[in-house]
Ligand binder design. Structure first.
Ligand code: AGP
Length: 612
């Protein structure tokens, strides 16, 4: 995933583009660049590395004179991170500049075709073909050149192009990658995501696949690729700009961890405990007959979203008494999945742009399944292509490590489960009432956990020097252990293996040596004794156990057995994942800090993975 920005208006474009790129840093950070339509020439600056390097590179009035331009932040796919492979890319005449997000699948053929016509390429990227195609097709009209260019391209793209001969015009297009036009007064903006222009405007057009926008300071015209003009609805962005910034926290990740009580309330608002009581989810768009017919649930996702799905397997099966299958999107597409008629098919994706998840969604639809998407991003590809969408309303999540998005995915899955139970009659009114009340109380309990950071910091200080550790749990605790371990690995680079507690003795126990940190989750009352014996097995081999247990009768016994105990406030056992993951997120964060890791931008990772 990469990020695109564009600006045209009365201000110097450079600072506007720079601040926009900084807001999109979560989309990629291996190189950055900008092209500015300055009075005498098209000025370009690009470099491998972070935006701060680009900032140091660009200096002097020359750059500040441009009133329009485009910028890019890259996460490499075709061609390693380098100054030359950084965007923008130019054509041979150096009059056209483009920025691109996505993958051009037929770029080798296009490159050969262009080279046969005399074009010279200097980068290894797929994107450079766009600049040369525009040059090839240009007959005095940049829109037509872009329209002809995208017609030739197979694959996914969001792109913006400028031409040195038209000092205030940007032409943009998209297919399968997001692109949004911010509408200002006497100025307009282009970006891969809304935070890039939220300081300037909250009004926007969300471009659809196949649309091409011609953007000048005073007008935005949107066309189909055949050149027919389109009238579009202006979207009002409801996030505030501060929500997309750090608000005094040192990192987005900790800000987003701390925002979780509010995010949870937002997910439940209007869906639980409203005037009619109970659970109300009209967005599922399911008739009572359709709900009654559901005999199986299939959930597809990647990474942290997949872990949310794994929790749902346990909880849905327990409540609805129907089988739930959870699959990794990247695996689902390459086996021969058996999709039954009476199956509810769900995909989960925070970003709504994950290529594997999108491919799975498309495959399921092709096989005739109606798809319900759980996503955080309005206007994302997943949201647009699914038949029905359940928004998590987590608000913008900038840190690569997903925290509040995961929590709101979990609570969305609980809402869906209880709603189906209500409609199917799987639970009694009293049971549903108890569950609803417990859910409404969760944000307050999350707040109490977040106030106990000092307890976690002590554990993080022990964990930080280790290069390897284990997470264990049984039943839903196992699903949460997987998420806790992933969180630690991705931001602190400590190798963390999650195991079902009962499975450790079948091999991995051999790796438990003196002092090795083991994080044990014990939140399910019915299996406390079994979990305790697994902990004793580890203690007997010298393991250093940090236990995260639900407050209750047995907690004092745990206190005696383990090296550190975090008491999680009590709720219904089935809802514990919403609470037990919070200290694990904090543990990962503080361990990464203690190890001096770049928490928000971990190496080799990107916020949303738009390649399969
Ligand atoms: C989360 O911390 C990860 N960075 C990653 O596993 C992520 O959850 C995964 O790539 C799926 O993303 P999505 O939810 O946007 O589809």
């Amino acid at each position: 995933m990469s990020g695109i920005v564009g600006y045209t208006g009365g201000q110097s474009a450079y600072p506007v583009l720079l601040s926009g790129l900084k807001k999109l840093e979560y989309r990629g950070y291996d190189s950055a660049g900008m092209a500015l339509l300055c009075p005498k020439e098209l000025k370009i600056a690009k470099t491998m590395g972070k935006i701060s390097i680009l900032e140091k590179m660009i200096g002097g009035d020359g750059y500040l004179q441009g009133l329009a331009g485009i910028g890019h932040i890259r996460w490499a796919t075709h061609g390693a991170p380098s100054d030359i492979n950084a965007h923008p890319h130019l054509d041979c005449s150096q009059k056209f500049a483009i920025v691109h997000n996505g993958i051009i699948e037929n770029y080798l053929n296009l490159r050969r075709w262009l080279e046969e016509r005399g074009h010279r390429f200097i980068s290894e990227t797929d994107s450079e073909v766009l600049a040369h195609l525009i040059e090839h097709f240009f007959d005095g009209d940049l829109f037509r050149a872009v329209a002809n260019t995208v017609e030739k391209v197979e694959g996914s793209f969001a792109m913006a192009a400028i031409y040195d001969g038209e000092k205030e015009k940007l032409v943009c297009a998209r297919r399968d990658c997001p692109l949004i036009i911010g509408l200002g007064e006497g100025e307009n903006f282009v970006a891969s995501d809304v935070p890039a222009f939220l300081d300037h405007t909250r009004r926007a057009y969300i471009l659809e696949n196949g649309e091409i926008a011609v953007v000048t300071a005073d007008a935005v015209e949107i066309y189909t690729s055949r050149g027919e003009i389109r009238t579009k609805k202006v979207d009002e962005i409801t996030w505030n700009a501060a929500e997309a910034e750090k608000e005094g926290y040192p990192h987005f990740m900790i800000k987003e961890i701390m925002e979780q009580p509010q995010a949870l309330r937002r997910t439940m608002q209007g869906r639980l405990g409203g005037p009619g009581g109970g659970f109300a989810l009209p967005e599922l768009n399911l008739t009572p007959e359709e709900i009654g017919a559901i005999e199986q649930i299939y959930i597809i996702a990647c990474g942290t979203s997949y872990h949310a799905g794994l929790v749902a397997k346990y909880t849905m099966e327990r409540i609805l008494k129907i089988p739930v299958e959870v699959d990794l999107a990247s695996e689902f597409c390459y086996r021969e999945p058996l999709l039954d008629k009476n199956m509810l098919f769900i995909v989960i994706s925070q970003s709504g742009e994950t290529a594997d998840t999108l491919a799975a969604l498309r495959l399921a639809r092709k096989k005739g399944k109606r798809v319900l998407a759980i996503t955080n991003i309005v206007g994302s590809s997943v949201a647009r292509e699914a038949d029905n969408v359940f928004f998590t309303w987590a608000g913008p999540e900038i840190a690569v490590a997903s925290t509040k998005a995961y929590l709101t995915q979990l609570s969305s899955l609980y809402l869906i489960t209880y709603y189906l139970a209500q409609e199917k009659g799987s639970l009694s009114g009293a049971e549903l009432g108890e569950a609803g009340n417990a859910m409404l109380n969760l944000p307050d309990l999350v707040e109490t956990i977040l106030a106990r950071t000092d307890e976690i910091q002590k554990m993080a200080a022990y964990l930080a020097p280790w290069e390897s550790c284990f997470y264990i749990g049984r039943n839903i605790d196992y699903a949460v252990a997987l998420e806790g371990a992933l969180k630690l690995e991705e931001i602190s680079y400590v190798h963390a293996e999650a195991y079902a507690s009962g499975e450790l003795k079948h091999g991995t126990l051999a790796l438990v040596t003196e002092g090795i940190p083991v994080v044990a989750l014990v939140t399910q009352r019915a299996i406390i004794e079994k979990s305790l014996s697994n902990i004793k097995e580890i203690k007997a081999r010298g393991g250093h156990v940090f236990c995260f247990a639900q407050e209750g009768e047995a907690t004092d016994e745990f206190q005696r057995e383990v090296d550190g105990l975090f008491r999680i406030p009590a709720t219904l056992d089935i809802l514990m994942p919403i609470l037990s993951v919070i200290p694990l997120q904090l543990l990962a964060y503080h361990t990464a800090i203690a190890r001096g890791c770049p928490v928000d931008n971990p190496r080799n990772l990107t916020k949303s993975v738009t390649v399969e």
